[in-house]
Design a protein around this ligand. Structure first.
Ligand SMILES: [Zn+2]
Length: 125
């Protein structure tokens, strides 16, 4: 992320979440509804997720952990997710895998923001 680029503030919280991950490749995610963070998660080993993805099938992806942290699934409708990853202290590609995309879509999440080498990307679901 260049210094001149405006970093959406929710990425900062997603980054804090990422720092809690014990995985070698660390990711953090937050779910935002009406400007407020209603869910957060980090990638982790094992867990309830059986989703197969680019970060390994025997793990819980940060996106899934964030969705699962929201108690009432109704609150997920129309929300945005922010996914953060870093490599060598710089933003790195955090593009959600296909399984996560479908999972997010199925829960009514409308838009995803994720870091990439050039800063961040936004994709409507
Ligand atoms: Zn995934």
């Amino acid at each position: 992320m260049s210094d001149t680029l405006q970093i959406p503030r929710h990425f900062r919280t997603a980054r804090l979440e990422m720092q809690k991950s014990r995985r070698r490749i660390k990711l953090g995610a937050v779910i935002v509804r009406g400007g407020n963070i209603i869910g957060r998660g980090k990638n982790d080993a094992g867990g309830r997720s059986t989703l197969k993805g680019i970060y390994g099938s025997r793990s819980t992806h940060a996106e899934v952990a964030a969705v699962m942290s929201v108690k009432d699934p109704k609150n997920l409708r129309g929300t945005c997710i922010y996914v953060y990853r870093e490599a060598n202290r710089l933003p790195a590609n955090a593009r959600p895998c296909q399984a996560c995309r479908e999972f997010l879509q199925a829960h009514g999440i409308r838009k995803m923001y994720y870091t990439c080498e050039s800063g961040f990307a936004v994709v409507s679901l």
